[in-house]
Design a protein around this ligand. Sequence first.
Ligand code: ATP
Length: 246
Amino acid sequence: MLRIKNLKCYYGRIMAVKGVSLSVKKGRIVTLIGANGSGKSTILEAICGLLPQWEGEITYEDISLKGFDPPAIVKQGISLVPEGRLVFPPLSVLDNLKLGAYTMYRKRKHAAVKQELENVMSLFPILHKRAKQAAGTLSGGEQQMLAIGRALMSNPRLLLLDEPSMGLAPLIVEKIFQILETLKNKGITILLVEQNAQAALQIADHGYVFETGTVVLQGPASDLLEDQGVKRAYLGKDYGEFYDDK
Ligand code: ATP
């Protein structure tokens, strides 16, 4: 569904992504894990048309995304849940959701917007309850649900998420990740960038491990969960074995 070949991304003269290749198959959850600053968010920005400078190939359903601006990418069926949620605090929950459907409003597809609103509200009943409340007054978990709901309003086939677990309590993270599984079961393909490698690998089908702008390891998520290097670096699990060896 999504294919990235030899992607190089630049911020001015600095190369933040150094020749990454990866693919996301239809109906799967693929996760990008790795340290802060290793280039994961930059890849999502390149896919969404938010990054002016990149080289290589990004193809989605066999169409090259080179030169597409963000609205054109949304129209192709790709939607981003950005890092830090970026909801519009003074606007109501309902208005935040409606903003996610701006490409449909342009085409005057009002009935489709209504249908998407109903879908999102039934997926997140709390958003229905808080529809008229200002988004800035929601809890972190609710804001994350709103950010996901807003992204779903354009009816994407590929959903990109940038650190949806950031700053949330473990129980809320569990809830958010259950929702991602529900979306997968509804047929939405997911590319998930996460610091919480454990939670991400548990729901993902495939994973890529990043270090300083390159992929250093990739494989089925279940294999990565068992990989000693991944455990040591990202899952904080190796200390028992370390002491057992002594
Ligand atoms: P994080 O979890 O911290 O977001 P990440 O793996 O997603 O990490 P990126 O945010 O993609 O990493 O950053 C990759 C590199 O690009 C880092 O060295 C970062 O400092 C740099 N970078 C990111 N955004 C910009 C920017 N707007 N201008 C200049 N450099 C940037």
